[in-house]
Design a protein around this ligand. Sequence first.
Ligand SMILES: [Zn+2]
Length: 282
Amino acid sequence: MIKPTWAGAGLLALVFAATGCTAEQKPVAPTANGATTSQESESTGTQEPEAGVTPSLGVGDPKGIDWDSGRGTAASPNPDPSPSGWYPAAFGSKAKEQGKTLYLTLDDGPDAQTPAVLRLLRKHSAQATFFVVGKQAEAYPDLLGDINDQGHLIGNHSWEHADLTTLSRSAVLADLKATNRVVGTAMGGCMRPPFGAINQMVGRSAASMGLFPIMWTGQAWDWRPPASADIVADMKRATRPGAVLLLHDGGGDRSNTVSALRTLLPYWESLGYTLKGVPACE
Ligand SMILES: [Zn+2]
């Protein structure tokens, strides 16, 4: 992977109506350090080519997927959104054919708990996929660089966690592009819709930018956040070959998630699982 660049960050100050506390997690709070707007005038003439405009996708072709099916909504935390056919299109085969592989995904960062998550992943030689929020990436460029430097994969989780299904197509494209610009060449070929809320328009818009929508097969609702033991129990229940597991390293205090990972990473190791990045996000 290539070191990300920050020139051109924050070109778009997109303002979306805040959505309520919802399915995948509540909206990302404004960054504490006020860095989100201070870089907007720093664009130079030497910036890297825009990332995310390449049409090539990581694995399959998502155009044929009916993203309206099992789309998830911001108001219903359960069941998990699962548009028919997304998994084999994203991974090239069914989950049960993935063998002892788990795909741990961490959403809504980078944020205060990201360093602790990275330390644990390194200790257990585990690779994860971080679906980052553009505003957070802009506020914490060093953390984003650490994620990339340590060999994890990075996907697009929108600019500030809006429900993309409520936006126009042009607004969806602008939102995803803003995050791509901040992340630069470290951005992989995938995205995750905030709240898991996706429809045909969002799925096709993302795909047109070379971003494959990646949902999940199991989560622990750690954005609420539950006790660490409950996160562990939910993750254990969701553990199976090829599982795409959703946890959060941002969007609020995620110390219970970090604590749960201290238990889960050795547990997964003991079962013989290898944690890998989502191939479509390479
Ligand atoms: Zn999220």
